[in-house]
Ligand binder design. Structure first.
Ligand code: F6R
Length: 250
């Protein structure tokens, strides 16, 4: 059976620039044919160098995002778009405000819905991805719990976009930026594992020593709902972009 590719780089910057190059080639090829490129995007510290490199390529002048459509993985429940820790703010600050993407082509789950409206909203989010032609490339990070998106342990392989309860480890990891774990939302909307696995290409970035154990579990451990990233073992269209530290336990 074909396996995911595992690429190991000397630094996070080199890994990120390599993935940025892959994404730029995809976007340019689609632009040349006047076709949209549909990207699934992640937040967090891991993709920051990737987004810096995409901005640099745009500023160099030969990478336009005007035909790019994006779907973000997740958003915290209870945060307005303008909240400093919302993923809406993160994406506009770190990428979208610095490239020529059209706001109408940006999709980030809405964390401010009334509880009764969430299920229908999530179904609509899935439908919008399909109507856009499906995800050409999904960017992922990995949480210390083995989550992809906010699919925490217990998430089944074909799970759809939905409301989830965040794992306490994930909330602890977010505590510093929220000024304490009490301020971290308890719930989020996340694209499901099924949604992610349907992307035509999956690119998972992981950097640093603190990810080494979970990277090992994801790549060599048992395929189990206890480590949702382990589902990628059966997704040969996945490439892991690791730095030496994150790959140190492989
Ligand atoms: C973010 C997301 C998460 C993060 C993961 C790693 O949209 O869905 O799965 O990718 O928690 O976060 P960092 O990069 O901050 O270590």
């Amino acid at each position: 059976m074909q396996q995911p590719a595992i690429n190991i780089y000397d630094t996070p910057e080199i890994a990120s620039a390599t993935l940025a190059g892959v994404m730029a080639n995809l976007i340019r090829a689609n632009n040349a044919e006047n076709k949209p490129t549909v990207l699934g995007l992640a937040t967090g510290s891991t993709p920051l160098a990737l987004y810096r490199e995409l901005i640099r390529l745009h500023e160099e002048g030969n990478l336009s995002f005007r035909k790019v459509v994006t779907f973000n993985l997740d958003e915290y429940i209870g945060l307005e778009r303008g909240h400093p820790e919302s993923y809406w703010t993160f994406m506009w600050d770190n990428l979208f405000s610095k490239i020529d993407i059209l706001e109408a082509n940006v999709n980030i789950p809405d964390g401010t819905l009334a509880p009764d409206d969430v299920e229908e909203y999530c179904e609509t989010y899935e439908r919008k991805i399909l109507q856009a032609g499906g995800l050409d490339l999904q960017v992922l990070g990995i949480g210390r719990t083995g989550h992809i998106g906010f699919n925490e342990p217990g998430s089944v392989k074909d799970s759809p976009t939905r409301l989830v309860v965040l794992n306490e480890v994930t909330r602890e990891d977010a505590a510093p930026t929220f000024g304490g774990s009490n301020n971290v939302p308890r719930e989020a909307i996340t694209m499901g594992c099924g949604t992610i696995l349907r992307a035509r290409k999956i690119s998972l970035l992981a950097f640093g020593k603190k990810k080494a154990g979970i990277v090992r579990a994801a790549i060599h451990g048992e395929i189990s709902d206890q480590v949702p990233a382990s589902y990628l073992q059966k997704a040969p269209h996945t490439t892991f972009y690791l730095d030496r530290e994150a790959a140190s336990e492989l």
